[in-house]
Design a protein around this ligand. Structure first.
Ligand SMILES: C[S@@+](CC[C@H](N)C(=O)[O-])C[C@H]1O[C@@H](n2cnc3c(N)ncnc32)[C@H](O)[C@@H]1O
Length: 231
């Protein structure tokens, strides 16, 4: 599949939003300490890698559909703008961090992008594209799940197995509630670490799926993303 380009208008808007972001306020949201240095280092890769994924997605999505983004933040800006400006699609980005949503909306004022504070599970209507990238390794929402499955740093003696079981059920439910909003055939953009959750859902709900073997690096979490077609 040939990778399309993004128009100058889109790349310009992406640049403008990244320039307008309040990195000082974003620092403590993303890092316990060293937020300034973190954003100094990561803001450029966020744009570059986001644009790369945006181009790849442009070739895979039809115009005028709807996309649901679970846990969308700074790295998702280029892809969201690509969808709106290049494909005239509706995008619904959700995030559970109110402070981050406010910063993103302030920076994106006038661009037509609007982030929503709350769970993506609450959105109404159907979508032909679902984006779930690095959500279950969120240390705030899923502390035990993330420490075990993403970071591999669980202490076998102190690990809270009851809390883990509870989070695993919450993760299964989150995927089920979001997948219920996906029309079929539909497209998923997902981090590689989260593939088992989708495979579990597809097998439980008797849907066939095709995982594109090519993966794309991301700028913040370090977990690459891939595309899955759900039939
Ligand atoms: C580890 S961050 C990843 C952010 C971004 N996707 C990235 O790759 O850098 C996880 C994000 O998922 C969000 N999140 C977790 N559960 C969610 C839910 N049910 N609905 C919307 N966002 C959710 C959290 O608020 C957080 O912003």
């Amino acid at each position: 599949m040939r990778t399309p380009r993004l128009s100058q208008k889109t790349t310009q808007q992406i640049k403008q939003i990244y320039q307008a972001l309040d990195y000082e306020a974003l620092g403590p949201i993303y890092c316990d300490e060293g937020g300034d240095a973190f954003w100094e280092d990561r803001r450029e890769p966020c744009q570059k890698m986001g644009i790369t994924i945006g181009k790849v997605l442009k070739a895979r999505l039809p115009p005028q559909g709807r996309s649901l983004y679970v846990g969308a933040g700074v790295p998702e800006i280029p892809v969201l703008l690509m969808e709106r400006l290049e494909l005239n699609r509706t995008v619904c980005p959700y995030n559970l961090r109110q402070a981050e949503v406010d910063i993103l909306n302030q920076a994106g004022e006038g661009s037509g992008l609007s982030f929503c504070y709350g769970s993506a599970e609450t959105v109404t209507g159907m979508f032909d594209h679902l984006w779930i990238v690095s959500v279950l390794n969120d240390p705030e929402e899923f502390p035990n799940l993330s420490v075990l499955f993403s970071y591999g740093r669980a202490d076998p003696l102190a690990f809270d197995t009851a809390a883990f079981s509870h989070e695993r059920e919450a993760g299964i439910l989150l995927f089920a509630n979001c997948m219920a909003k996906l029309t079929t055939p539909g497209l998923l953009t997902i981090s590689v670490e989260e593939i088992p959750w989708i495979v579990n859902w597809c097998e439980t709900h008797k849907h066939s799926y095709h995982i594109d073997p090519k993966t794309y690096p991301t700028a913040l979490v370090g977990d690459p993303v891939c595309f899955i077609r759900i039939e």
